[in-house]
Design a protein around this ligand. Structure first.
Ligand code: SF4
Length: 97
């Protein structure tokens, strides 16, 4: 799996939330009050800039539900690779521990 964030094409993201909404596991059917757009923005920010334990705790908790099945890549309408985005964000979180 390529962990080069540039391969995720994040600049194409329109923050529609489909990558989480249509998770094949249904892991994001309930978001504990968070907006899908905010979740996408939070995960994207972590992938790009790193994890801030004091501010990103809720994003981390939600991203922990992702088991990297990759179905998100099939539903993204904007040629983004959300699987790489999520993998990089998870790695950034691990590095901060
Ligand atoms: S990665 Fe794709 S599916 Fe996810 S919010 Fe961005 S455009 Fe939508």
């Amino acid at each position: 799996m390529d962990l080069d964030l540039s391969s995720a094409a994040l600049e194409n993201c329109i923050y529609c939330g489909a990558c989480f909404r249509y998770c094949v596991l249904g892991a994001y059917n309930e978001l504990d009050g968070m907006e899908l757009k905010a979740l996408v923005a939070g995960v994207t920010r972590i992938a790009r800039k790193g994890y801030r334990p004091e501010k990103d705790g809720r994003i981390k908790e939600l991203l922990d539900r992702c088991t990297l099945q990759g179905y998100c890549n099939k539903v993204c309408p904007a040629m983004v690779n959300p699987l790489v985005r999520n993998r990089v964000a998870k790695k950034r979180i691990e590095e901060e521990r």
